[in-house]
Design a protein around this ligand. Structure first.
Ligand SMILES: [Zn+2]
Ligand SMILES: [Zn+2]
Length: 78
């Protein structure tokens, strides 16, 4: 299975870090650039604020409001 690299702002997956860094504009990022999620690829992802689990990285990032997070968004635990 090929490793995937995720943008922690929008949850999009890329086949290489280079693709992520050089990718098109990230609509969810304040800097408009995709930002690398540096954690390992997992079968489940947990929000570091509320502990909720998600079956995919994208579900976590694009999920509903996080009541425990200062930014109101779920953020992945590394
Ligand atoms: Zn992005
Ligand atoms: Zn959360």
């Amino acid at each position: 299975m090929a490793q995937k690299f995720y943008c922690k702002c929008c949850g999009q997956s890329f086949s290489s870090i280079k693709d992520l860094v050089n990718g098109p504009t990230c609509v969810k990022s304040p800097s408009k650039k995709h930002e690398l999620y540096e954690g390992a690829e997992k079968t489940k992802y947990f929000c570091k604020w509320c502990g909720q689990s998600f079956s995919s990285f994208k579900d976590l990032v694009t999920g509903p409001t996080c009541v425990k997070s200062p930014t109101k968004k779920h953020e992945p635990a590394l």
